[in-house]
Design a protein around this ligand. Structure first.
Ligand SMILES: *Cc1c(COP(=O)(O)O)cnc(C)c1O
Length: 235
């Protein structure tokens, strides 16, 4: 986790450029100004880079590997940091996730949901969660089939230590605006179908470095951006 040499000034410039992309896309696609948040994906990036982004005003960071993330939390500490787990959940790691993270974007197994609910320490606010969907049914990829999502959401809503706020997707990279937008639109339409007044599911966690504009066009409320901010990952 040494990180490619990328100067703090370059990280600040890249972060500002991503913010500009987000604001520009909001304006282009008729989204309210400030309605799209930025999660800085810091997996396989050195703690120094996170520190630089934090000092520049970025507070929410996404990590995919529990051990790597908790190591960084020990180094960086600080209540001003918000940690989002975006990786594949392993059954034997749910306790660490429940104890150390603020958000989970990748929930798609009811067994994991029940464990996170049980293991969330009582002194902490409920764990904020998004349900991961695999809108194109890509084989081998995490996420629920669209037809499973309504029942899953209803079951999760019964778990008091989870706060279910929306859906997440990680579609395959595509070329061209229309192909890029299609899975994001599918996620939004699915959300619109299953949302209820009691459970409005306002968050759509979708869009990354290469396709955040397409995701914002289709209603993303939180884009997850790694390499465009921090440069290439160095595991
Ligand atoms: C790595 C990762 C990202 C960030 O991808 P970039 O292409 O570096 O922006 C976003 N979401 C998830 C779930 C990831 O694993």
């Amino acid at each position: 986790m040494t990180g490619a040499s990328i100067a703090p000034s370059e990280i600040r410039a890249r972060l500002a450029a991503v913010q500009t992309r987000i604001r520009t896309a909001e304006a282009s696609y008729g989204r309210a100004p400030g309605s799209v948040g930025l999660l800085a994906v810091s997996k396989w990036q050195a703690p120094d880079k996170i520190r630089t982004a934090l000092a520049a005003g970025q507070a929410a960071f996404g990590e995919s590997y529990v051990q790597e993330a908790t190591g960084k939390m020990d180094i960086l500490g600080g209540p001003e940091l918000q940690w989002h787990f975006i990786g594949r959940i392993q059954g034997n790691k749910t306790r660490h996730i429940a104890e150390h993270f603020d958000w989970v974007h990748s929930l798609c197994d009811l067994k994991h949901a029940r464990r996170l609910n049980e293991q969330r320490p009582a002194g902490l606010p409920p764990l904020t969660v998004c349900v991961q969907v695999n809108p194109d049914g890509e084989p081998g990829k995490a996420g629920l089939a669209p037809a499973q999502v309504a029942d899953f959401v209803a079951a999760c809503a019964e778990l008091p230590q989870l706060k279910l706020v929306g859906l997440m997707a990680l579609p395959a990279p595509m070329e061209g605006e229309i192909p890029k937008r299609r899975p994001f639109r599918a996620l939004r339409l699915l959300r619109d179908r299953i949302a209820t007044p009691e459970l409005p599911l306002p968050m759509l966690s979708m869009g990354m470095s290469a396709d955040l504009e397409a995701a914002i066009a289709e209603g993303a409320t939180l884009v997850r951006v790694g390499t465009a901010i921090f440069g290439p990952r160095t595991g």
